[in-house]
Design a protein around this ligand. Sequence first.
Ligand code: GYE
Length: 338
Amino acid sequence: MRTMNGFLKRIRFSFILLILVLAACQSDAGSNAADSVSLAGVDDGTIAYEELVVGYSQIGAESEWRTGNTTSIKEAAESLGVELIFSDGQQKQENQIRAIRTFIAQQVDVIGVSPVVETGWDSVFQEAKDAGIPVILVDRRADVAEDLYASYLGSDFVEEGRNAAKVMVDLLGGEGNLVELVGTVGSAPAIDRYAGFREVLQDYPGMKIIASETGDFTRAKGEEVMGDFLRLYGDEIDAVYSHNDDMAIGAIRAIEAYGLKPGEDIKIVSIDAIRDAFQAMIDGKLNATIECNPLLGPQFFELALKVVNGESVPKWIPSEEKIYFPEDAAEILPSRRY
Ligand code: GYE
């Protein structure tokens, strides 16, 4: 078992230190107490990456963003020598809760979790706290008391929603009928991207959201829901605001199947900035994508190590993000890593 490896690694490490200390004491018994003190000081209780055992509860594989995020976490663990116990929750909170309970039983050093939805985490986070295992929220926040998690590493989703709205206002000249593809119901990005967008739109009464439905962050659902919107509202629709690129790509397919031109007849703004969004911009089918950075692996393990070693860390570490438009897409696409 992998945790057993971590456990053994730590025992081995302590054992070697013990031998060193004993050897130092013996070689110069009595006269050189300072040596043994300084040697003991090597084991000042701090943990190195190679000794760190991390349990990570991922949401699933619903989008390209998510697969990019998973790769980043796995690659960072591998290159740092961290022992990673990775669990895929398949978009279900109950699976994530079960995984966290298993991590607690395995006595990992730290738990990383991307909560699929915001609420319902209090008991299991409390169980981790009682077991002395810190929890770090990655990508999505959870609606829990601040003492139940060590830090949150992720984006400002409200700001992403605001930025999407500003771009949309520019594209439509402040007037038009919009439809919205919402992310997973109850998830932090869906809640915040919904709110941030509306915050900006308040000042533009000519911009009307005529329909808003969840597409669960997937291409298939985005396509299906956009198909429904088109059947209901047809060419009354001027634009689509999609909470992620994958649903926007689904919407592009539905618009084409309906016989309209995505990006022209119906403008589209979405969030994430995955490679396929750059391709869609190059093809003239997407009007802008707001970046949301999934490459959180290295930062996560750095944070995990600090937390385990008792260093103080900020309660929120926000990611830096940009907005991309079609005119720059061809130049930027080759350098995109997700
Ligand atoms: O935008 C979406 C994914 O939580 C920020 O989850 C993440 C979102 C991302 O499925 O594509």
